[in-house]
Every structure is written in C-alpha cells, then in structure tokens.
Design a binder for this molecule. Sequence first.
Ligand SMILES: [Zn+2]
Length: 339
Amino acid sequence: MWQVVGQTRAVSLLERSLDKETLAHAYLFVGPHHVGKMTLALNLAQALNCEAAERPCGVCASCQKIASAKHADVQIISLIHNGDSAEARSRVEIGIDQIRELQHSSNLPPFEGKYKVFIIDEAEFLSSEAANCLLKTLEEPVGKVVFILLSTSDRLLPATVVSRCQWLELAPLGADEVETALCGRWGIEQPKAKLLARLSRGCLGWALLAASDDALLQQRTEKLDELLNVINTDYEGRFAYVAQLVTLFHKSRGLVQEILDLWLEWWRDLMLVKVGCSDRITNVDFEAVLLKMTKGYSLAQIRSFLDSIREAGEQLRQNANPRLVLEVLMLSIPGGKYG
Ligand SMILES: [Zn+2]
C-alpha cells in the first residue's frame, strides 16, 4: 500500500522494478517542495524491506519502523544548519563528512532488514566535494544498497551524479486531487480543504503543513493585505514597500520570489474573475474582494501587469538590480481604483 498520493507513473514503475527485481542502484526523485518525494522514498524503503507479500504493507514491524524513522538500515541525509544567522544559513550545505559516513555505512551489510537505503534530501545542496565523493560510491555499486536522491531540479546537481541515477519526476497534483485527499484521508473540512488545495499548487505536503500550522495561512493573509495596501497607496508608499523587499531580498531571495508568486496568483485570479471563471480561482477566501477589484481594470491591463510580474521574477533570477526591478514593477501597477 503506497502512501504517496497520486504519482501513479512513478509508483507503477517502482512496482514493476520490485516485481521483476530490476531495481536501480540509485534513484533521483525530482519535483517541487512538498510534492511527495520523501513520502515516496520512504515507501520505496518500506517496499524493499517489507516482510509481507504485498509490499509495502505499511503494518509489518519493518514498515512501521521505517515510517517512524527508527529502522537501522534506512538513513536520511539532510542539510545541517550551522546556526540561525543569515551568514550560516547562506553557507548551508551537505558536507563531505556526511557523505564519507554514508560511504562507510553503505559498505556494511544490512543490520536488521534486507536492503540498506540512503535517502539524500535536498541533494542540490551537496557541496562539490561531497558530490564527488558520492559519485565514487554511485560508480561502484555494492550489494543490497539503494540510494535515493531528492531534489527540486536535476539541473542543480552535477551531470555526472544525475547520469548515475534513474530519474523519476514527481509532478504537482491537481487541486481536486489534493482536496479529495485532504477531506478523505485526513478528515479536513470542506471549505478549508478547498482553500488549502488551491493554495498548495499541487503539493499536498504543503497543504498538510498549513492544515496543522495556522501561522502559514496567517502569513499569507498578511502578505495579501500588504499587496492590497500597495496597490492603493501612492508612489511614496510603493517605494517604501520596495525598500522593505530589497532588505528581504538580501536576506533571502526565495522569500521575495514567493511574494512575487503570490502577486502572480492574485492577478491571475483577477483575470479569471474578469473572464467569468471564478470557480477556478486560487484565493477562494478573497473572492468578494477579487470581484470588487476586477471592476477597476480592463482585461488588457491585468494581462499586461501579469507580464510585468513574470518579467520581474525572471530578472531577479538573472541577478538584475533588485531595487530597480521592483521599482519598475511598482510603476507598472495599472491605475484602476479599488475600494
Ligand atoms: Zn511491510
């Protein structure tokens, strides 16, 4: 019983390989954050070590130990954070010592199960030394060992490492699929499940996090309120907002990209409302605001500003001057009146 939701292509490929005993020595699972890469990796580790006929059963001692991270032969290698300062966070990586330890352990036979499984989470953060060291291990497969690398993009890993792995892509789920899973399997009530499913961008893991931690939804509401304030304020206010974003950008580029993604979703919703497809909007809890706001803009204005947001995101990724890019974006907000 595979616990991962959706991902039928990846699951059926793994099932076939298990049945025919044609498993690869190393896998690379690629997909966005919270799409289910770790769940699938743990499921594969369970299937490899399961004691039942139908693998993974999820209930045998081995499956349960793996689910609770207590199985001696299943190890997760992840980022080590060396403190909370911005500098420590920016230098974070999976280091050579962690991979040397993995190498040593992979040479020993399984301790209590059938297979040793090493899951390397966020493998894009392997230092170049660590990646080289890992490459040697991947080039010389030994016995009952399977490596599973997880990453948001194969392009962030050395091509030599990628070429040694069987590549499996995990695509985001449909909003309906997430909503059904949230209601059916986790018992989350309808309106909340619908909102979380739309906001999750197809990543069930994010929806589950947000369901258990109200702070995530709270932060999003605050950012949307900021966005609405910026649209309604004068240029002075908008440039003050840019200054805030620039400071944030120097701390974490990812957070500024997240804000731009929120903007994109908001303006995409405005477009959907404008063309009469309100049932497909993401920000379902802001539908009334969207309806009111959309009256102030033409479709051409909304489309043009959507292009501006995408362009700003692209320029930031290409290391353009953040102040300049964001100021231009603020000047491109169409002049409709909201409120
Ligand atoms: Zn089992």
